[in-house]
Design a protein around this ligand. Structure first.
Ligand code: MN
Length: 204
């Protein structure tokens, strides 16, 4: 089996400026994400049976992963999957929510603005390092936070939208002001990708 590889960003490192700066994007992608990929490959070295499975399958059912490498697979596998998801959920050029996702968000949270408010509050309130997600689960859409690099798949929930609130995602530009980063991040959300994620999650 081929090893996991760092995916290219779907845009230039400076494409999300002024909301996310070039240096943050470059380090986040080439150092942080690369490290998750490298450590995931190291953990799975020689594990041919596990390499036959997709990362989604492994994270959805970590009990099949031998205990000795379960935490590395959870942390670095989650890190690889979460960041691959995160790059795609952003784009340059401000977009508005539309399509079925917008309707479903409106139905669940009252309006897009109310959803953004609730999501932003969850993301800002998460203690320590982790992620805030909009996920589709058995009960429909919900806002969820996960610590570290845990994936919503570990709870049987499909990510539709997600923000990395580890300090490495914003500290160079925003310093301690996580709430400012979150507020500005809405300007780079790729709502077309959100719609595509939602459609895909509905099919499964
Ligand atoms: Mn990150």
């Amino acid at each position: 089996m081929e090893e996991y590889k760092l995916p290219d960003l779907p845009y230039a490192y400076n494409a999300l400026e002024p909301y996310i700066d070039e240096q943050t994007m470059r380090l986040h992608h080439t150092k942080h994400h690369q490290a998750y990929v490298d450590k995931l490959n190291a953990a799975l070295k020689g594990q041919d049976a596990l390499r036959q499975k997709s990362l989604e399958e492994l994270l959805s059912g970590l009990e099949i992963v031998p205990e000795a490498i379960r935490n590395p697979v959870r942390n670095h596998g989650g890190g690889h999957l979460n960041h691959t998801f995160f790059w795609k959920i952003m784009a340059s050029g401000r977009q508005s929510a539309e399509g079925e996702t917008a309707a479903a968000i409106g139905g669940k949270f009252g309006s897009i603005d109310k959803f953004k408010e609730a999501f932003s509050a969850s993301a800002a309130g998460l203690f320590g390092s982790g992620w805030c997600w909009l996920v589709l689960g058995k009960g429909g859409l919900e806002i969820l936070t996960t610590p570290n690099q845990d994936s919503p798949l570990m709870q049987g929930k499909k990510p539709v939208l997600g923000i990395d609130v580890w300090e490495h995602a914003y500290y160079l530009l925003y310093k301690w002001q996580r709430a400012e980063y979150i507020k500005n991040w809405w300007n780079v959300v790729n709502w077309q990708q959100v719609e595509s994620n939602y459609q895909q999650a509905m099919r499964i």
